[in-house]
Design a binder for this molecule. Structure first.
Ligand code: FES
Ligand SMILES: [Fe+2]
Length: 404
């Protein structure tokens, strides 16, 4: 079946979730060629801090330079190709290759080339850079060059929404990795709707109205079940005006790859917690008192994020193979918050730890069904319109003529 025959009112034909060839094509056309969310500034608090990452088969690292700038390079030495940095994270004042000790500075410049003549042109053998963009403390990379030039527009639209949280002044309180036995698109499709929330996420629905989360925000056609949410929303919008917090929905404008909106929390909750209390006593950025809303941000192809006045939860999806997907969740709190004093890890992480496990079970169960031999593409409900939106974005990316 060709891409043009796909009806994005239905889920994709089975081979799109199971074919290794299609997976390779996705890596090339999407994960190597588009802007991908991979980490946040709290991963690299000090100059010299680095993290190593992998997208598909490509290995790279991000490192904070002496001037504070975050840079990215392929994790390979320019001499005979040894990997430069091992382990998940660390700090280095410079980068020395373990093989023959070629040494690079934090800007990727080759400083020492052991074994080479004095006139060896070191300037031609700097590290192989990747494209890095930091938007409001969130780090996006694009491995291929040239990177899509829409990043500036995304940054301009998004930065005012993220600014109040001062993500750069947070620290990672907790990171949890889950490897899900399913194709990465099922993780994203599941994330783009909340039709499944009522029946699967008892903890998440304590602080959250499912409205607005996956459902639309159509203020002209309010279903009776939505009335309470809409009333709260109107009330909160007046409050947000007063606090100078941006809240208007931005939903994948002009083929851009993000959706953001501020939503009121349910049940008098002040955070994504099970009790109507905030999870961390030290509030983020501009907040002077806990505020009962969450700013949510979803990006294609691989992330979702929730910003509360006391903490942030950020999720990045890394496809490992056609049937294995890494979902990385980080909980961020104010950099000066102390565990056991300002926050308790169990309370902070409870809602999303449970929700992630429930979502893992749903995505893996769907994958098993798709592999059953009896699967046929199924209809997507109106309420799941963001799944359709994702699938039509996805098919557009695969249809586009490769740039590289
Ligand atoms: S391979 Fe890195 S110094 Fe030789
Ligand atoms: Fe879910």
């Amino acid at each position: 079946m060709s891409l043009t025959e796909i009806d994005t009112n239905f889920t994709l034909p089975a081979q799109f979730y199971t074919s290794k060839d299609i997976f390779e094509e996705e890596l090339e056309k999407i994960f190597y060629s588009k802007w991908i969310y991979v980490a946040c500034e709290a991963d690299l608090p000090k100059p010299g801090d680095y993290i190593t990452l992998k997208l598909g088969t490509r290995s790279f690292f991000l490192q904070r330079g002496q001037n504070g700038e975050v840079r990215g390079f392929y994790n390979v030495c320019r001499h005979r190709g040894h990997e430069l940095l091992s382990g998940e994270r660390g700090n280095r004042k410079g980068i020395s290759c373990p093989y023959h000790n070629w040494t690079y500075d934090l800007s990727g410049k080759l400083l020492r080339a052991r074994g080479m003549d004095a006139d060896f042109p070191k300037q031609d053998y700097g590290l192989n850079p990747i494209n890095v963009a930091v938007i409001g403390g969130l780090i996006y990379v694009c491995l291929n060059s040239p990177a899509p030039d829409d990043i500036e527009t995304v940054s301009n639209l998004l930065s005012p929404y993220l600014a109040p949280y001062q993500v750069a002044k947070t620290k990672i309180a907790c990171q949890k990795d889950i490897i899900e036995a399913c194709n990465w698109k099922l993780v994203i499709e599941n994330n783009r709707e909340c039709l499944h929330c009522d029946t699967n996420h008892p903890e998440l629905l304590v602080p959250l109205y499912s409205s607005g989360f996956g459902k639309g925000l159509d203020k002209d056609h309010i279903a009776p079940s939505e009335q309470r949410f809409q009333d709260t929303l109107q009330e909160k919008e007046r409050e947000w005006e007063g606090l100078g917090l941006p809240y208007e929905l931005i939903e994948f404008p002009d083929d851009l790859w993000f959706r953001t909106v501020r939503l009121p929390l349910a049940n008098q909750c002040l955070s994504h917690t099970l009790k109507p209390e905030h999870a961390c006593k030290k509030l983020l950025g501009n907040f002077r008192k806990p505020e009962g809303s969450g700013l949510s941000l979803w990006t294609h192809p691989n992330s979702w994020n929730h910003f509360l006045s006391d903490h942030i939860i950020t999720f990045a999806v890394f496809p490992l193979s056609v049937d294995k997907t890494l979902v990385r969740t980080k909980w961020l709190v104010a950099a000066d918050a102390a565990e056991g004093v300002d926050y308790n890890l169990e309370d902070l992480t409870k809602v999303w730890t449970q929700t992630n496990l429930q979502d893992q079970s749903l995505a893996e169960g769907t994958y098993r069904g798709i592999c059953s031999g009896g699967y046929l593409p199924g209809p997507i409900a109106d309420e799941e319109y963001l799944v359709k939106q994702f699938l039509s974005w996805y098919t557009d990316q695969l249809t586009e003529t490769p740039v590289h």
